[in-house]
Design a binder for this molecule. Sequence first.
Ligand code: GLN
Length: 300
Amino acid sequence: MEKSSDGSKSLWLVLKQAERVLDRWGIPNPRLEAEVLLAHVLKTDRTKLYLNRQLLINPEQLKAYHKCIYHRIKGMPTAYITGHKEFFSMDFKVSRSVLIPRPETEILVETCEKLIKKKIPCLAEGEPVNLVDLGTGSGIIAISIAKLIKNCKVYAVDKSDYALKTARENAEQLGVSERIVFIKGDLFKALDPMNLEGKVSGVISNPPYIPTGEIDCLQREVKLYEPRIALDGGKDGLEFYRRIIPGSLRFLNSGGFIALEVGYNQASDVKQMLIENGYTDISVVPDYSGIERVITATTE
Ligand code: GLN
């Protein structure tokens, strides 16, 4: 039975129709997207959709689902429709005030984990590992690191109250809010009252790095929906690196590290800035497509 007398429709028919519509509007992976959105409406996991093939979708659920499909074909990213995105195998809440977590950023987190673990034996017993996450957004970097490194304290900074609200909720949900201090402010200005000069083991950031003039050339999911403040890296995209690289020196302890995510073709300029500011041990990590994506360096 595909349609019952009360207007309910079979899950399979609903999915098939949604897939067709998404495909017609040029949405990549239409089946997957149709399933993710249906699972969201039915408040279940995508994998559980397959457990009950006879399931009927009632008219109310159908209406909610059609609304989601409409938003998606208009270009709204799925993560903003569902309000969730997976990062580092954890479920993060996202809102329109934060950048949607990208898989590349997992490389930044993994690289930091290795660096910190290497550094921990050099720290005196009981000494806390103070870390700073500049432009925390949804909090993915600060939270993943706090999960991985049990004796660290992360100072997570963001200019946006709305982003900090989302980041705080994520930290609470994932059980690390006691080890993260969320601070509102513009990069290092936010850290001034914290008395952290020379006491930070690592500064981490995935700053906005898209050149202003290129934002309008990005796919509509990004340019129309993601916050500009999370994307715009100034005229050449490098503005934040120009501030973060010299600014971190005041806070890093000797042997402390800086770890930055960079955009396409930015690695050599950022590397040059690190050299000019006296950092050493510079290393570059490529992403899954071979693009130089993460740069780390240490202080003397
Ligand atoms: N740190 C957050 C992330 O990596 C936000 C980054 C940003 O807004 N540019 O997703």
